[in-house]
Design a protein around this ligand. Structure first.
Ligand SMILES: [Zn+2]
Length: 304
């Protein structure tokens, strides 16, 4: 089990399909899980917005997978944030981190400049573990570095599924996450051009996702807004949460992989080990005695 810290479920995702079967859409609210990630990583506002958008995008893409499958997003650019990593699965678990949390570029109008944080030159790499022998990996150049457009570009260009993505994170002046969420719309074959045109016009005319969320719009409300007058069926509603798959057992396996000599020096020189999970900042402490037990188990394992 991962170390889920959410007890009250407030983040969730809704998936719909138009009655003619030509458009599928997902919308979600991720305020709590983004807030949790930003607290854990100590991100400054623009880094929070970048991480929050990427995690929301990951949640949306994870919802398109089957049980047991996972998706990882890696935004890597020439900006001070260095990278954003996100992992999500089909069960609504999302985790993520940034290369440098203490980054806060602002635009001239005072808004958070996510593109400057990530950098205008770079790559988006999407890795999908579909339970096959090899994971599927697709890479595209960063398009606008605003994250939503980059994901839409990836889905349309690399996966050949025409897609529109909207993501929003509202960061309070004190750094708290007031609202986060987004939507993903995909055109399925055979394409209904007229409906796609209608939706694109509506997306172009709608207020930002951040603004809609701050008005209190739920995922259902976002979809009602986008699909007003277009008949659709709701396929599912699922909870989302910040969950990391790290555990004491997994960290122990990492320690074992260090080998006997490194473990012995940790024991003797530092009197123990403290290991921090990169993706959730959870700290795992191992005392000298625990390290000794791991070494003893290694030695007896080797004797077999
Ligand atoms: Zn972790």
């Amino acid at each position: 089990m991962g170390n889920s810290t959410e007890s009250v479920i407030t983040d969730y995702l809704v998936r719909i399909i138009t009655r003619d079967g030509s458009i599928r859409a997902l919308a979600c609210v991720t305020t709590d899980l983004v807030g949790e990630a930003c607290r854990r990583h100590g991100t400054w506002p623009t880094a929070s917005a970048a991480l929050g958008r990427a995690m929301t995008g990951g949640a949306l893409m994870g919802a398109l997978l089957k049980t047991g499958q996972r998706v990882a997003l890696r935004f890597e650019g020439n900006g001070p944030l260095k990278k954003v990593l996100v992992e999500a699965d089909a069960n609504g678990a999302v985790r993520g981190c940034v290369g440098n949390p203490e980054v806060n570029p602002l635009r001239e109008d005072g808004k958070l400049d996510v593109a400057a944080a990530i950098g205008h030159a770079g790559l988006l790499t999407v890795t999908k573990d579909l339970g096959l022998k090899e994971p599927y990996t697709g890479t595209v150049l960063l398009y606008t570095s605003e994250i939503a457009e980059d994901l839409a570009y990836y889905l349309t260009d690399s996966e050949q599924v025409p897609s529109a993505v909207g993501l929003g994170v509202y960061v309070e002046p004190d750094g708290a996450i007031a609202a986060a969420g987004g939507f993903l719309i995909q055109s399925l074959p055979p394409c209904n051009d007229e409906l796609v045109d209608r939706l694109m016009a509506r997306i172009g005319a709608m207020p930002s996702v951040t603004e809609l969320l701050r008005q209190g719009k739920t995922p259902e409300g976002l979809l009602d807004h986008l699909f007003e007058g277009i008949p659709f069926d709701t396929l599912e509603k699922r909870a989302l949460a910040y969950v990391c798959s790290c555990s004491r057992e997994r960290i122990e396996r990492v320690l074992v992989s260090l080998g006997h000599d490194d473990l012995a020096s940790l024991m003797n020189e530092q009197g123990g080990a403290e290991v921090t999970c990169e993706l959730c900042r959870e700290r795992y402490s191992f005392s000298r005695e625990e390290l000794q037990r791991i070494v003893d188990e290694m030695m007896s394992g080797e004797a077999c």
